[in-house]
Design a protein around this ligand. Structure first.
Ligand code: ANZ
Ligand code: ZN
Length: 811
């Protein structure tokens, strides 16, 4: 009878729960290890292979750490608000709360069947009032500090879904959900001032043990750009506007300027004969997302306003155009165009027949040196790069027409959502007092259950009179609640702070406790959150630190992104392709340990790859083999020990034992589980080889398999507990110490050396590692195979390459 499978899983899960084995010990803070996996979104009611790949291997790592003496904290919860549940509700009529609760219940059962060391008593569920009370608290704290503000801003709007879309939900200008064209709509929205932390968010990246690619993505997203802001006056007018440029050294090559269609100067600058064309152009570009407008390959378009501007350096008059490759949300919403030195300007100028003129200076990459005549830069001729930039900006500064300027690509975080399934924004709008925060003691502002959330262009909560009508906390008069809900990324921006103190009903968290518990020591999750969740969480940590509520700067010291498990066809798993793998089915057959071990052995952890049924089958066979091997070992141990000495065979087994201890420990530490498990396979082979010996040492063997089961325990926790019990050891293997390797056991007494005769390997010999060249040579020449091969030949030369090879030249 196999000692693995669901019955074994259940048995040990129950025992672990009864004995509260994985309880975090608050008195052992010096050894705390906060291991965090990104919490799940409770959708589709199924735990999929991706969840397993995130949680299973990390749990194995955490188990090893526990055995190494760490006091592991590994919580789990649900990121439970959000669009999918609401969209599902719109389609099926099942209330988001009901479907979410149902999905959570199912996923909890599935997660428990995984048998990970989750600290369930610390669970958080973001859609429950005991959690979102603190999401609202966080918003109010940010508001108190001036980090939350309200402004009118253009947002992506899907007319058919009647809702705001995040930038990420706009795919090539169309709604991700219904494919209709997305437009812009001006709405009054709440924003969080993440831009206040732009520099710190950038600088902090250096000290983080994060994937380089993720750090690079955040860096790019923050997009710090050092340049200058220049003033262009409008010809025959009092109007002027600023441009932001990183290449002021190309100022003499400016042949026109371009304003973003949304730039408020456009209407004032447009002459009557150009009005119609400009209006039409503005309408067309309102439909484009910023992301699209920035696309390099996209054809550049624009219209002339009819007005001219003055180049501040040389007084030259240049046409003012409108073009949507200029974003209104970056820099000043206007650019000086230098088609000889900028790709986009070049494409634009070529299309509209605008002059292209090259400056001599420039220094940094001159992409179009073959284009356009050289223009003279007057007294700046001969200066290049930074020198030229400094000289020109200094000159302009004298007349107040230029200054150095730093710009960021990062925008403030728009957090209002005109959706139902989220945390209500705890703000009250009073005719007399304006916007008034809900007093902290009145939190949570509960999300009402009975709301018509069918999309019709308004926030669903706005339709609930009961919710909307309230009294003003300041004047006591009649007032309205804010009808919007918070972006779900607000919920997940602080969940790691709430976990350790999830039952606290007085505060979001106890500062002293959290300062001890955090930062998170190891954070693991998908790479898709690089510029959203991972950036928001860093911002919120810094903001709370500045409020005196935390004493650390960064929430996640070390981060890993697990790879993606693909379907058997090598494609991303999807229901429509029918290539999904249902973990539950496999667990029924193999139990959770084999499933987990296959994931850990079959894939590089950060690489992922295609699922293979043969792969899991062979891991099943490996576990069977482990079981047979250990049974045979136990038989030897229980029998009369034939010898008590440690000889050659024991030394060899000991070598593999310590090789495995060293390898498994080092590889697992780096989350390289596939090679760690390969070591266990080597170790298993060595045990079997030893079992083939005629006389064995039972006491020694027992020592060896005690280490064997300990090393196996993190990868196959239930099965290993079973083996541990079978060995007659005390519960639990996870309360024992992780083995350490003995370096002296890794020094081999003998090495195998190949013997080549005239370049061909003819034999292999064993020699003592302490043998000198002369001794090795002699052993080689005395070997029977070598003697036979040298029959009738004369040895001309013997070269010994220590530890590896003996090369004999003979003819
Ligand atoms: C003249 C120039 C010449 C430029 C040249 C570049 C190369 P980063 O590095 O991303 O900050 N720019 C400024 N504001 C813009 C806006 N709102 N929309 C689109 N483009 C804008 O890029 C700064 C450069 O992007 C600026 O420097 C400006 O073009 C353009 F050979 O000015 B440059
Ligand atoms: Zn009032």
């Amino acid at each position: 009878m196999a000692r693995y499978g669901t019955a074994t899983d259940r048995k040990w899960q129950q025992k672990w729960e009864e004995t509260n084995l994985y309880k975090f010990d608050k008195d052992k803070m010096d050894k705390k290890l906060y291991v965090l996996e990104m919490f799940s979104y409770p959708s589709g009611s199924q735990l999929h292979a991706g969840h397993w790949f995130n949680y299973g291997p990390v749990d194995s790592w955490a188990r090893m750490k526990r055995m190494q003496g760490y006091n592991v904290f590994q919580p789990m919860g649900f990121d439970a608000f959000g669009l999918p549940a609401e969209n599902y509700a719109i389609k099926t009529g099942i209330h988001p709360k009901d479907s979410t609760d149902q999905n959570i219940a199912t996923m909890e059962t599935q997660l428990k069947a995984m048998g990970a060391m989750f600290n369930w008593e610390n669970e958080v569920v973001t859609c429950r009032p005991d959690y979102y009370k603190w999401t609202q608290w966080l918003f109010l704290k940010l508001y108190e500090k001036g980090l939350a503000y309200r402004k009118n801003a253009p947002v992506n709007w899907c007319p058919s879904c009647s809702t705001v879309l995040a930038n990420e939900q706009v795919v090539e200008g169309h709604c991700e959900r219904c494919d209709s064209e997305v437009t812009k709509k001006n709405l009054t929205q709440w924003f969080l001032k993440i831009t206040d932390y732009a520099d710190e968010l950038l600088e902090g990246l250096d000290g983080l043990d994060w994937p380089e690619k993720t750090k690079a993505m955040q860096k790019h997203w923050i997009g710090k750009s050092t340049g200058s802001e220049l003033t262009f006056k409008v010809v025959n007018s009092d109007l002027e506007f600023n441009t932001f440029t990183t290449r002021i050294d190309t100022l003499f090559g400016v042949t026109y300027v371009v304003l973003a269609p949304e730039n408020e100067l456009v209407d004032k600058l447009t002459t009557p004969e150009n009005k119609e064309a400009v209006e039409a152009y503005k309408d067309a570009s309102a439909k484009q997302s910023d992301i699209e407008r920035q696309s390099i390959s996209r054809e550049k378009t624009g219209v002339f306003t009819g007005s001219y501007a003055i180049n501040p350096i040389n007084g030259r008059e240049i046409p003012i155009w409108v073009g949507d490759y200029v974003l209104n949300t970056y820099g000043t919403g206007a650019v000086m165009a230098v088609p000889a030195h900028d790709d986009r300007d070049f494409a634009f100028a070529t299309k509209y027949n605008l002059p292209i003129e090259r400056v001599i200076e420039g220094g940094e990459g001159l992409p179009f040196t073959e284009f356009g005549p050289l223009v003279n830069s007057g007294k700046f001729d001969g200066l290049i790069g930074e020198e030229a930039k400094d000289a020109i900006v200094e000159e302009l500064a004298k007349d107040g027409l230029g200054k150095k300027q730093v710009n960021y690509r990062l925008r403030d975080w728009l957090i209002s959502r005109q959706r139902y399934w989220g945390a209500p924004i705890p703000m009250i709008h009073c005719k007399k007092c304006g916007t008034v925060p809900v007093p902290m003691e009145n939190l949570p502002v509960e999300l009402p259950y009975d709301v018509d959330f069918a999309p019709d262009g308004k926030s669903p909560l706005a339709k609930s009179e009961e919710f909307m009508n309230t009294t003003c906390p300041k004047c006591g008069g009649h007032a309205h609640r804010d009808p919007d809900t918070l972006d779900t990324f607000v919920c997940s921006s602080f969940y790691y702070l709430r976990y350790p103190d999830n039952m606290n009903s007085e505060k979001a968290f106890d500062t002293d406790l959290i300062n001890q518990m955090l930062p998170v020591d190891k954070y693991v999750g998908g790479p898709e959150h690089a510029c959203m969740h991972l950036l928001y969480a860093r911002f919120i940590t810094k903001a709370l630190r500045d409020m005196g509520l935390l004493n650390f700067d960064e929430p996640f010291k070390s981060l890993t992104h697990q790879g993606l498990i693909l379907g058997p066809d090598g494609q991303k798993m999807s229901k429509s392709k029918g290539n999904t793998i249902s973990p539950d089915d496999y667990i029924k057959t193999y139990g959770s340990d084999v499933f987990r071990m296959y994931l850990m052995f079959g894939f590089g952890y950060v690489d992922g790859g295609a699922w293979s049924d043969d792969g899991i089958k062979s891991i099943g066979k490996f576990v069977d083999r482990i079981e047979r091997t250990l049974d045979n070992c136990i038989e030897v141990i229980k029998g009369e020990n034939s010898k008590s000495t440690i000889d050659k065979a024991e030394k060899e087994l000991n070598f593999w034992r310590h090789t495995a201890i060293k390898g498994v420990t080092e590889d697992s530490e780096k989350l390289q589980f596939n090679t760690a498990i390969a070591r266990m396979m080597e170790f298993t082979n060595a045990l079997n080889k030893y079992l083939g010996e005629e006389v064995k040492n039972g006491d020694f063997l027992k020592e060896v398999i005690v280490d064997y089961v300990k090393l196996l325990a993190p990868f196959a926790p239930h099965f290993s507990e079973e083996q541990w019990e079978n060995l007659g050891m005390n519960y639990s293997v996870f309360n024992t110490e992780w083995p350490t390797f003995d370096p002296s056991a890794l020094v081999k007494d003998e090495v195998e050396i190949a013997i080549q005769i005239n370049g061909k390997i003819k034999a292999k010999i064993n020699v003592s590692t302490s043998a000198n060249d002369e001794e090795i040579k002699e052993t080689a020449l005395n070997d029977a195979h070598v003697k036979a091969a040298l029959e009738g030949k004369t040895v001309r030369k013997v070269i010994v390459i220590k530890g590896r090879l003996v090369n004999i030249v003979a003819n």
